[in-house]
Design a protein around this ligand. Structure first.
Ligand code: SF4
Length: 300
C-alpha cells in the first residue's frame, strides 16, 4: 500500500493505523532541527497532490484488514499542506473510525484549515516555543510563518473545536530547554486550554547535529506547566523517585497535576504506590482518558 503504514502500537495514542499524505518525498513548511527526515528547504505548496479517492480507497481496504484504535493522518512533512484535506476527512468520517491528525500548527491561523481540522476527533498541534527567535531556531519555518499568528490561530481553533486538542512540545538541548521558555509556554497554554500536553524529546537520529534532554529534565521542565494533563513518554526507569507521601500529600499532588499509570510506577516509591492503590479503592481518585492515554486525578 502506498499511503498506509502500521498499525503500530503508539504510547501516545494507542494502536494507530497511519495514513501518510506525502509518501514519495518530504513536503514541509518547517525544517525542524530535530526532524527525523532529511533536512529540506521548507515548501508551502503541495506539488502534484494525489486524488482524494486514491487515498480513501486504500484506507477503506486497510480498515477492513486491520484492528486499531485510531486512524492517524500524518505526512512526510505537514499534512495540512495537502490541498484536499477537507474533502479527505469528510470521506474518512464515513468509515466510522476515530480520527487523529498530527500537525506542526503552521496553518492553524487559516480559517479553512480550522474548519477541516474541526472534523477530526483528535488534533495534535506542535508548540515547541513561543519566543519568536527560539521558534525560528528550532522549527526553521518557511518565510512568513509567524509564531504569534500560530498562537492566535490555536486560541481561535480551541474556541470552535469540541474534540480532543493535544499540544506537543519537543525539547532540544540548548534551544528550548530553558525554564523561562517553559514559563512563557505555560502562559500561552492557559489561554489555549488543551486537553493534554505532551512533552517529549529527540529519540531518533535528527536532521541536524542536536541532542535531546534526559527524561528527568523533561519532568523538571514540566513543573512549569500548570493545571494541564501532561504526558511524558518514558522508556526507561527514572533516576529520581518521590518517596513516602502521605494520603493527603499524594491527593494534593494529583490535584495539581494528573499522572499516568506509567508516571506513577516510574516516579513514586513502593510505599506511595500502595497509598495510590488505597486511594483508588476508596474512590478518591478518578480515571480520565485523553487521546488514548489514561490519567489519574484526585477527586477532592
Ligand atoms: S514539522 Fe515535522 S516533518 Fe516538518 S520538519 Fe518538523 S519534524 Fe520534520
Amino acid at each position: 500500500m502506498k499511503f498506509i503504514f502500521g498499525p503500530v502500537a503508539s504510547r501516545r495514542f494507542g494502536m494507530s493505523l497511519g495514513v501518510d499524505l506525502s509518501p514519495d518525498k518530504k513536503r514541509c513548511n518547517f525544517d525542524c532541527i530535530y526532524c527525523e527526515l532529511e533536512p529540506a528547504k521548507p515548501v508551502t505548496v503541495y506539488d502534484n497532490p494525489p486524488q482524494v479517492d486514491e487515498i480513501f480507497n486504500e484506507v477503506k481496504e486497510a480498515v477492513e484488514l486491520y484492528n486499531f484504535d485510531v486512524l492517524t493522518i500524518t505526512s512526510n512533512g505537514e499534512p495540512t499542506l495537502y490541498p484536499y484535506i477537507d474533502e479527505l476527512i469528510e470521506k474518512l468520517k464515513t468509515l466510522n473510525k476515530k480520527t487523529l491528525i498530527l500537525s506542526n500548527s503552521s496553518t492553524i491561523d487559516n480559517p479553512k484549515i480550522q474548519e477541516a481540522l474541526k472534523k477530526f476527533d483528535i488534533v495534535k498541534l506542535s508548540l515547541d516555543a513561543v519566543t519568536p527567535s527560539v521558534f525560528k531556531k528550532i522549527d526553521r519555518p518557511a518565510k512568513g510563518i509567524d509564531i504569534n499568528n500560530v498562537i492566535s490561530g490555536m486560541k481561535e481553533f480551541r474556541k470552535k473545536y469540541n474534540g480532543e486538542l493535544i499540544i506537543e512540545i519537543l525539547v532540544v538541548k540548548g534551544i528550548n530547554d530553558k525554564v523561562d521558555e517553559f514559563k512563557k509556554i505555560n502562559e500561552v497554554l492557559k489561554e489555549i486550554k488543551p486537553d493534554r500536553v505532551d512533552i517529549s524529546t529527540i529519540d531518533r537520529p535528527p536532521a541536524y547535529n542536536v541532542e535531546g534532554v534526559s527524561t528527568e529534565r523533561l519532568f523538571e521542565l514540566s513543573k512549569n506547566i500548570e493545571n494541564q494533563n501532561i504526558f511524558i513518554p518514558t522508556r526507561q526507569k527514572l533516576k529520581f523517585q518521590i518517596e513516602n507521601l502521605t494520603k493527603e500529600e499524594l491527593l494534593n499532588t494529583l490535584k495539581k497535576r494528573p499522572f499516568t499509570k506509567n508516571d506513577i510506577e516510574n516516579i513514586f516509591d513502593e510505599h506511595t504506590q500502595r497509598i495510590f492503590n488505597d486511594l483508588l479503592k476508596e474512590n478518591l481518585i478518578e480515571e480520565i482518558w485523553v487521546g488514548g492515554v489514561k490519567f489519574y486525578k484526585a477527586l477532592i
